[in-house]
Structures are given as structure tokens and as C-alpha cells.
Design a protein around this ligand. Sequence first.
Ligand SMILES: [Zn+2]
Length: 67
Amino acid sequence: MTLIRTNGRLGISCDACPTRYRHTAEEGAFRALLAEIVDEGWKPIRKAGDWTHLCPDCARFSDRRLL
Ligand SMILES: [Zn+2]
């Protein structure tokens, strides 16, 4: 996952393209932000202990490739 810190707020961007989630969260509200992006179709993937996040477009693409 790519975390972006701006003025004490956290943002998330896709690991496979430059898409950024349009909302940011307070530091400390990171789990809530995660729940929010998953609700909107973002896809967290755990790979070798690291988290990767894909935006809805990339998640669709990777689903197609994996199936
Ligand atoms: Zn993407």
C-alpha cells in the first residue's frame, strides 16, 4: 500500500497505477479509511507480509488475470 501523509492526514494510493483515493483520514483513523476504500471496491492484497492496495479498476483487471 502506498500511504501519503499530508498535513497530518493520511491518503491511500493504488499500488498499480497513480489513482489516489479521493478522501483522506486523520492519522489514527487509518483502519476506518481502509474499511471505507474496501466498501468502494478497492482491494487489499496481502503478499509476503506486505499489504498492497488496488483501486477498483486495477482490482477488476487483476481478478480477470487470476481467473
Ligand atoms: Zn489502480
